[in-house]
Design a protein around this ligand. Sequence first.
Ligand code: ADP
Ligand code: MG
Length: 256
Amino acid sequence: MSLLQVEDLAIQFGGVRAVDGVSFAVEPGEVFAIIGPNGAGKSTIFNLISRIYQPSQGRIRFDGRDITGLRAHEIAGLGIARTFQNIELFDHSTVLDNLLMGRHSHRSTNFVEDILFLPKVRRAERAHRERVEQVIEFLELEAYRNKMIAGLPYGVRKVVEIGRALAIGPRLILLDEPASGLSVEETREVAFWIEDMRRDMGLTVVMVEHDMSLVTRVCDRVLAVANGRPLALGSPAEVQANRDVKAAYLGTETAA
Ligand code: ADP
Ligand code: MG
């Protein structure tokens, strides 16, 4: 059974059909990419899956369960994490605190239990701290642990953004342009991490990315979209060779 199933998804903003009948399924352990020109609707697909926006049409299933009507924190609680194209961290907090803060999105304890500081709360707290330590080690962030986000180079903030998503211990991670603005070496690091996320963490990955060398290297399958609509679905080579995909990129700044 597919881990994520998106069926006939749509949303419009004013008169703009930002996503217009998009369907795809992602298998457990797959690394899947969504590509397309700027404004194609890629980030909006992530915003619909993570329930920042409510779809006007279509269904989303995760692990066989219909999650279309759930709220954002419930979706995170089921194990779907995401990063933002424009890094969304607390600039005046440390790396460690930013990673620890991810917890509020998937807490399994309630407010009263927190105040009473029940054993259950202490256990959840300890598990979360252990998880954050694993993420710091995994992403090699030890040197930055107590540094304020605002003072960090862009490439490091990009990695912390991935860490914030990993900190909830997800089964599925949605990466919105993980390599944008990164150097060739930094992009290579991101490729290693994505491969390790799959192999060592058992994660399923969906990423939006313009860097086709990264997509070709780490992704099993690719969905191309333009103007909110699906254009092609297949291996990276198949999708890149597709005539409709090539045509969609003509005259745009980001050539695939
Ligand atoms: P991509 O990530 O593929 O570059 P987006 O998903 O960000 O594209 O945007 C797709 C379209 O939807 C664009 O025309 C964008 O302006 C529009 N859009 C996205 N979010 C909103 C919003 N909150 N309000 C109005 N229009 C939006
Ligand atoms: Mg985008």
